[in-house]
Design a protein. Structure first.
Length: 92
């Protein structure tokens, strides 16, 4: 009878350990799921930021190019005006 009691106690201890392991696994899966959701949100935020930056940089580059072209046009006009002025001045 003593052996049966020991076996029952050993089985109950194993069952308790198994139940604890199962609960640990459940909590681990919940944490992994939560972390996966955080990673997804972070990825989406990064994608939005990258999109916004690309648009901003594109606008900046566009403005810079427009500014550069405008500066070239002004310089061209100044050179034309200077050339015309020099020619006119030489005539007098």
């Amino acid at each position: 009878m003593y052996k049966v009691g020991e076996n029952t106690e050993a089985v109950n201890n194993c069952l308790k350990i198994s139940e604890d392991d199962r609960e640990d696994a459940r909590r681990t899966l919940e944490k992994l799921h939560h972390q996966g959701e955080q990673i997804t949100r972070t990825h989406m935020m990064n994608a939005d930021i990258e999109k916004d930056l690309s648009q901003s940089i594109g606008t900046y580059v566009g403005r810079t190019q427009i500014g550069h072209l405008q500066a070239q046009e002004i310089q061209r006009r100044n050179l034309t005006w200077t050339s015309t002025s020099s020619t006119t001045m030489q005539r007098f």
